[in-house]
Design a protein around this ligand. Structure first.
Ligand code: N01
Length: 540
């Protein structure tokens, strides 16, 4: 007797549902189609693009070089697309994503304006029932959460937002029609990477800008510029090798790994290395000068102090320079920022810096922002206050697995999964760029391809054998959690309050959320699992 459960059927039944039409979801759709599967991508936004659809704030651009931060799966695409700048702006990246969707004819299977609200696993028939905020319900054997690592804006814990009578915008929910700052008094709250990119651009337009800073960031100069014809030609000539080098690299970008400790070098040598890294305009330039910047506090402090010396040399008012100087966490234990004219912006007479450590925000008022020091009257408030990173977008969906267990309950003390891909008890549900994978510590364009390809191969493996379910074992999952924590413990990351540790969201469990062993090692681990017949998983 054939005991294979019935495949899901009904008017909205597909082999796979992909949640999110950003870079990950679109590539996942492409690969599933190549397998001959039926798939639908459900996208909350009114158009494709994911992160690059939502984050339209002034100055938004990628901090990884454009010719590295792009798909590698199609050599033809690599040759035909022309990036205009070293670091692509948000509109250019969005144009690229639209080009890819058109070129690979992806739009037909993307349903826009449809937010997935709930997914429930049918244990008997091995499929997911996916509900949305519209009438659409889809059943599918497989669900792939391509919901992004930075897509759930952090709920503002600042009281009084409703009372403010001017305009208020979160950087990740920026109005499509744009925001005019001309003649306006503007407040920016938050000085992470979004704030750092937006502040100089807003300052160039606004009548007055007040920046409300709780923790200063380490900001490195981007040295952005138009790409030169010759350098594009030269890289395109060796793109296949370059892409291969990216794939086998530690972080998805190509560089010569350091070989020495910062403490083995004398001060003059270190300064020369740091100067050269500063001039490189690369996000990880300084991190790659020595082997121990992320593992040894004394080594790290030499780099941190170099950056502070740069701040002092750029910012003319010594008190402001000191306020802008990070001293409460080691360099790069929160993601460093790439800026363009960021520190120099504070030399402009109409730009003011408010230190929230000494004068915290009490409330927003009808006219502006009230700190313990008084009211700052503004017309527009920009919230650059960040995200509920890595887990926020997944837990926003009510996901119910085997035995009626909800993912929210299972992850109440932090995310648990195997390989950062499957959480035990939630079979056939995969995550791209989710927690406990390298994701945010790497060039995500490279990481997402690795995970999408692994997931696609896994689904192909199941189908070739007429299997209908894959689930992670609790033991493999527990071991993975231990391994991810051990890798993090070798670094300076876990001790720091950051979105990497969930500390930026009140009440979020404190767990280091990413796999810190490097994409190269992670890839090997994933491949060993599949080569071994999916060890640590149960296939049925
Ligand atoms: O968010 P963040 P982000 N009152 O969390 C402050 C990626 N990204 O959107 O540090 C006052 O880093 C908060 O202060 P503190 C990149 O991975 C990439 O800027 O919590 N202040 C901090 O200063 C990045 O790391 C690009 O003390 C409050 C800021 O708001 C990630 O997205 C560009 C506050 C939040 O900084 C997140 O960056 C932009 C409050 N209640 C972003 N709450 C690229 O270039 C928070 N803050 C690819």
């Amino acid at each position: 007797m054939d005991t294979t459960p019935d495949p899901p059927s009904g008017p909205h039944s597909v082999d796979a549902v992909v949640v999110g039409a950003g870079l990950s979801g679109l590539y996942q759709l492409h690969r599933l189609r190549e397998l001959g599967l039926t798939a639908v991508v459900l996208e909350a936004g009114d158009d494709i693009g994911g992160t690059w659809y939502w984050n339209r704030y002034p100055g938004a651009r990628c901090d990884i070089e454009s010719m590295s931060y792009s798909y590698s799966f199609s050599p033809e695409l690599d040759q035909e697309w022309e990036w205009s700048e070293r670091y692509a702006s948000q509109p250019e990246i969005l144009r690229y994503i639209h080009h890819v969707a058109d070129r690979f004819d992806l739009r037909g299977d993307v349903v826009l304006g449809t937010r997935v609200t709930r997914a429930v696993y049918d244990e008997d028939r091995h499929f997911w029932r996916v509900s949305t905020n519209t009438a659409r319900v889809v059943t599918a054997r497989f669900v792939i959460l391509a919901t992004g690592c930075m897509s759930a804006p952090k709920a503002s814990e600042i009281p009084g937002a409703d009372s403010f009578t001017g305009q208020i915008h979160h950087t990740a929910q920026w109005p499509h029609e744009g925001v005019s700052f001309t003649g306006r008094r503007v407040a920016v709250i938050g000085t992470g990477c979004s704030g750092v990119q937006a502040i100089p651009v807003i300052a160039a337009e606004a009548a007055a800008l007040t920046v409300f800073q709780r923790t200063p960031a380490y900001v490195l100069p981007a040295h952005n510029r138009p790409l030169r014809t010759m350098e594009v030609k030269e890289l395109k000539a060796r793109y296949p090798q370059f892409r291969q080098a990216q794939r086998s690299s530690r972080g998805g970008t190509v560089f010569e790994p350091p070989t020495r400790s910062a403490l083995e070098a004398d001060e003059a040598e270190r300064t020369a290395s740091y100067e050269s890294a500063w001039d490189s305009g690369l996000l990880n330039g300084l991190l790659r000068t020595y082997t121990d910047i992320l593992t040894d506090e004394t080594a790290n402090e030499t780099a941190a102090e170099f950056i502070r010396s740069k701040i002092r040399s750029i910012v003319t008012d010594p008190a402001t320079a000191e306020l802008l100087s990070p001293r409460t966490f080691p360099f790069a234990t929160k993601r460093p920022c790439l800026g363009t004219g960021y520190y120099a912006t504070y030399n402009r007479p109409h730009v003011a810096l408010v230190d929230l450590r000494t004068t915290p925000i009490e409330t927003l008022t009808p006219r502006g922002v009230r700190t313990s020091d008084g009211e700052h009257i503004v017309d527009t408030i920009v919230l650059a206050t960040g995200f509920d990173a890595l887990t926020g977008s997944q837990l926003a969906i009510d996901i119910v697995g085997k035995g009626g267990v909800s993912l929210r309950t299972k992850w109440a003390n932090g995310p648990r999964n195997y390989l950062g891909l499957v959480s035990s008890g939630f079979p056939n549900l995969f995550t791209v760029l989710g927690p406990l994978s390298p994701s945010v510590l790497t060039n995500i364009a490279v990481s997402l391809e690795q995970q999408v390809e692994w997931i696609t191969d896994c689904i192909a493996h199941l189908r070739e054998r007429a299997l209908t379910e894959i689930d992670a074992t609790p033991t493999a999952e527990a071991d993975w959690g231990t391994r991810v924590a051990e890798l993090a413990a070798r670094t300076l990351y876990p001790a720091v309050d950051s979105w990497y540790t969930g500390a930026n969201v009140p009440g979020k469990p404190r767990v280091f959320l990413a796999y810190a062993g490097g994409l190269d090692r992670y890839r090997e681990e994933c491949d060993a699992v599949s080569r071994g017949g999916y060890t640590g998983f149960v296939l049925s």
